[in-house]
Structure formats: structure tokens, C-alpha cells
Design a protein around this ligand. Structure first.
Ligand code: NAD
Length: 498
């Protein structure tokens, strides 16, 4: 059932891409029609930009960067614009959430919460725009002062995936803007609308033309062209590990652009028998059910102490079976649609593989009865072994694999037995156990007795094959700066040639 106040658009909304402060009309470009994954109805029409469009966007960012219309401002002025953007976004939460839900299929209440989080990022990054500073070495002797300054990298490309189109963009844009960079963003071809709405908001807030540009289109054309572009100084890529690998190669074969990569994950939830099991079961269910498990940081491997494993697996399954699945425009929905057809097929294939490799299906594995859209019931597998495909590969769907452990050493070893290292959670009432696990499991984001928590202050990023670099917080500002060391001679020079 759809909530009374929210209905589908009467006809799909046509968007244009965004260059130099203006929406570019579609003209004779091809278009992509996006169908809502929850409603099977066309909701948006996006231009399929060409490499020539990308060149125009990069040129616009380059000109804006070189003439210092943004980087030349004081931090206080940049902060003012970011704060104004936060105010405008606060006014537009419902509007942005609506388009996010239509293209992505996530529950509207969740979309609103994500956008509230983005307001915080704009506000926090505004403070960082003012406080970003370098260092001074006043200990180099009477004849020398050393300054270490930070400068913006220049033109930054951002490529985002379809699972959190607005949130992932806002985990980057405010921080990248804080130090004075200019941006060309390419959203996923499935979920481009809200990136274009962010362009509107930043422009209304007073961001100078050319500082933030959005080019829509496919990964194969625009994404690839960004990775080899000679005039993009740094590229932030969020998406699959396979594409991340191609981007690393492309950067090496073009201009050695600096890269920040946020890739896949196969994240452990480690539950000890002494944990508050009711809280842990709820947290583990949330960790795999949130965004229908289409999160790089989903807790998809439940590593649970053997003495409670059976009981706890059932507790998680009982929770998940009560989750409200359905129309994401309904306020009470907790799990929405699977965002793309190919992702739906991939998840169903993993569920079949889990069964054929001998894992025991405790709940889910099927689809709920809905009149339209594509949904998958949250699925829990027990009797999973380390070699099974569902234990090793990122599924990117609501599928939890449960494996028992006997000792803390074994729990840590299982948690680390993956190529990924994005996130991990540990549930225990023992501080000692929590700290040992937190120290020894290799992951960029860690949660103790909670999961999927975050905030504008806290950095994001992965160990191992989950990526390079950090986004958000002061770390996400510094990542997009270059460091320059400046040596200043004081007094008369001691001559080399007398
Ligand atoms: P994807 O890698 O297919 O696409 C991500 C983005 O890259 C899209 O904008 C796409 O158009 C573009 N792209 C595709 N091919 C490209 C190429 N050859 N060159 C340049 N760009 C290209 O991933 P997806 O299917 O959109 O998202 C799911 C994946 O993203 C999952 O594997 C997930 O783990 C990962 N992810 C990671 C994070 C993180 O923060 N670590 C966050 C979200 C998603």
C-alpha cells in the first residue's frame, strides 16, 4: 500500500546534466528511462552523456579551479556556502528522499534519515573549511623557517554506485569542496536524479559556477573516460572491486591521477556468548536487512560462539521474519526493493548456490507476495563452511551466512579470512574481548555492540581489497589536498660562490 501523501509521478521526470552552473537540455542525446524497482513504472529520464560532454564538464571545473573563484576564497566564505546548502537541504529533505526512493527502491523513512545525515556532513565540513591548516617548522635554525601548506588537489572526479546515491555523494562532496577543489560527479546510470538535485542546491547556496558539475551516463563510456582523463587530478570511485581494479590500471596508463577507492566488503558480525543476545540479534538483523543488504558495509557473515550459535541464528531469523517488506513509499516499510534486475538475479543465484552447496536455509530464500516490483525475503543460512561461495563472495543482498566458532583466536581467524576489510562488528559484554577483536580484525570501520553507525566526524574506508584512502571527517578533507613544503630563508644568504 502506498501512503496517502506519496504517489508516483504522473509521467517520468526529464532531467538534464549540469555544467558550469546550468542544466544542459537533453537536445539530441540518447536517454535512459529509469523504472522504479519497487513499482515497475518509469520515473525518470536521464541524458546519456558523451565523452564530449565529459570534456566540457572537466573544462568547466578546470577553468573554475585555475581562476581561483573557489580555492581563492577564504575558508570562512566556503563555509558560509556549505552552511547555506545545509539549510536548503533541510528544506528539501522530502523532495530528495522521494526521488531517491523512486530510483533506488529504499524505504522512504530510511531515505529521509540518510538525507538528514547529509545535512550534518555539510555543516561539519563547513567547520573543516575554516580549520584546515598546515604546519610550521620553527626549529630549522636561525636562517630557515619551514612551512607545510595544504592545497586542493584540483579537479576531482567522483563516480558513485546505486545503493546510496545521495549519501555516498555527500560523504564526499562537502569535504572535497571544503579545501577548494572543483568537482565532476558521475552518478550510477540507475540512480542519477538526486546528484542533479544536489547541483541545484549547491548553486542556490551560492557555489560559483563550474565548481560542481554532474555528467550522467554509463560506466562504460563516462566512467571509463573519467578514469583515463588527463585533466582530472584525482578520482574518488565507490563501487565494485572489479571496476576499482580497472580504474587503478586506467590511472596508471593515463596521468597517474590520485585515487580514492571504496570497494566491496564481506563484513563479519562476531557474537560472543556473553553478549546481550537480544540486542545483538536485533543489530545483526539490521546489519543485513538495512537497504535490503545492498550495502558495502552489510554484516553478511555472522560468526557466533558455538554454545549459543543455534539459538542465536534462530533469534536473528525470527527478527528478520517480522521485518516489514514492501512499497518503499509507505512510511512503515523497513525493507524495500532490490535496486536493479541484475542485482536481483545475482542474489537469487547466490541463494540457489548456498542451497546446492549444502547450507541450511533457516528463513527467506524466496520472494514476498507483492503486486509489482522486485523484492527478496531476508534469508539466513546456517551450517555454512568457510569454503562455501556464500561465505566468501559479496552477495550485496539480504542474505546472512552463519558460522560457529569455539575460541577468540578462531573467531578472529574466520573474520580475517577474506580479501576484503571494510567493516566489522563485535558483540560482547567483555571490554577485554571487544578490544582484542577490534585490534586484530583488519577492517576500516568497527562497531562494538552496535553496527552501521556513523557520522560526519568519522572516517570511512577499507583495508585490503576494500579500497584506498579515507572519506569524511578531517581525513576526507586532507585526502583531497596536496602537501607543499615551503623553505623560507631568513637573513643574508651564505654564498655558494664567493
Ligand atoms: P559498479 O562498480 O558496477 O558501478 C559503480 C559506478 O562505477 C557506477 O557509477 C558505474 O556506472 C561506474 N562504472 C562501471 N564500470 C565502470 C568503468 N569501467 N570505469 C569507470 N566507472 C565505471 O558497482 P555498483 O553495481 O553500482 O555497486 C555495487 C558495488 O559497489 C558493490 O560491489 C559494493 O560493495 C560496492 N560499494 C562499495 C561502497 C563502499 O563505500 N565501499 C559503497 C557502495 C557500494
Amino acid at each position: 500500500m502506498m501512503s496517502k501523501s506519496l504517489t508516483l509521478p504522473a509521467k517520468p521526470r526529464q532531467f538534464g546534466h549540469f555544467i558550469n552552473g546550468s542544466i544542459v537540455p537533453v537536445g539530441n542525446r540518447d536517454t535512459l528511462i529509469r523504472t522504479s524497482p519497487a513499482h515497475d513504472r518509469p520515473v525518470t529520464i536521464m541524458p546519456v552523456c558523451t565523452p564530449t560532454d565529459l570534456d566540457a564538464a572537466v573544462m568547466s571545473a578546470r577553468v573554475a579551479f585555475e581562476d581561483r573563484r573557489w580555492s581563492g576564497l577564504g575558508g570562512a566564505e566556503r563555509a558560509g556556502i556549505l552552511l547555506r546548502a545545509a539549510t536548503i537541504l533541510r528544506r528539501r529533505v522530502n523532495d530528495i528522499a522521494y526521488w531517491e526512493v523512486l530510483e533506488n527502491g529504499k524505504p522512504i523513512s530510511q531515505a529521509r534519515a540518510e538525507i538528514q545525515g547529509c545535512i550534518g556532513m555539510l555543516e561539519y565540513a563547513s567547520g573543516l573549511a575554516r580549520s584546515l591548516h598546515g604546519d610550521a617548522f620553527n626549529n630549522l635554525g636561525d636562517a630557515m623557517l619551514g612551512l607545510v601548506t595544504r592545497e586542493p588537489v584540483g579537479v576531482v572526479g567522483i563516480i558513485t554506485p546505486w545503493n546510496f546515491p545521495f549519501l555516498i555523494l555527500c560523504e564526499r562532496v562537502p569535504y572535497i569542496l571544503a579545501s577548494g577543489n572543483c568537482i565532476v560527479a558521475k552518478p550510477s546510470e540507475f540512480t542519477s536524479a538526486t546528484s542533479l538535485l544536489l547541483a541545484e542546491i549547491l548553486t542556490e547556496a551560492g557555489l560559483p559556477d563550474g565548481v560542481f558539475n554532474v555528467v550522467t551516463g554509463t560506466g562504460d563510456t563516462i566512467g571509463r573516460a573519467m578514469s583515463t582523463h588527463m585533466d582530472i587530478d584525482m578520482l574518488s570511485f565507490t563501487g565494485s572491486t572489479a571496476v576499482g581494479r580497472q580504474i587503478v590500471q586506467a590511472a596508471g596508463q593515463s596521468n597517474f591521477k590520485k585515487l580514492s577507492l571504496e570497494l566491496g566488503g564481506k563484513n563479519p558480525q562476531i557474537v560472543f556468548a556473553d553478549a546481550a543476545l537480544g540486542d545483538a540479534a536485533d543489530g545483526v538483523a539490521f546489519g543485513i536487512g538495512f537497504n535490503a543488504g545492498q550495502c558495502c558495509i552489510s554484516g553478511s557473515r555472522l560468526i557466533v560462539e558455538r554454545s549459543v550459535a543455534k539459538k542465536f541464528g534462530q533469534m536473528v531469523a525470527n527478527k528478520l521474519m517480522k521485518a516489514v517488506i514492501g512499497d518503499p513509499l509507505n512510511d512503515s516499510t523497513q525493507i524495500g526493493a532490490i535496486t536493479t534486475d541484475s542485482q536481483y538475479q545475482a542474489i537469487m543465484h547466490y541463494i540457489e548456490t548456498g542451497q546446492s552447496e549444502g547450507a541450511h536455509l533457516v528463513c527467506g530464500g524466496d520472494v514476498p507476495r507483492q503486486s509489482r516490483g522486485r523484492y527478496i525475503n531476508p534469508t539466513v543460512f546456517t551450517d555454512v563452511t568457510p569454503e562455501m561461495t556464500i561465505m566468501r563472495e559479496e552477495i550485496f543482498g539480504p542474505v546472512l551466512s552463519v558460522i560457529p566458532f569455539e575460541t577468540i583466536e578462531e573467531a578472529i581467524a574466520i573474520a580475517n579470512a577474506t580479501d576484503y576489510g571494510l567493516a566489522a562488528s563485535v558483540w560482547t559484554q567483555s571490554l577485554d574481548t571487544a578490544l582484542q577483536v577490534t585490534r586484530r580484525v583488519r577492517a576500516g570501520r568497527f562497531w562494538v555492540n552496535t553496527t552501521l553507525a556513523g557520522g560526519p566526524e568519522m572516517p570511512i574506508g577499507g583495508f585490503k581489497q576494500s579500497g584506498w584512502g579515507r572519506e569524511a571527517g578531517i581525513y576526507g578533507v586532507e585526502e583531497y589536498t596536496q602537501i607543499k613544503s615551503v623553505h623560507i630563508e631568513i637573513g643574508q644568504r651564505t654564498h655558494w660562490i664567493s
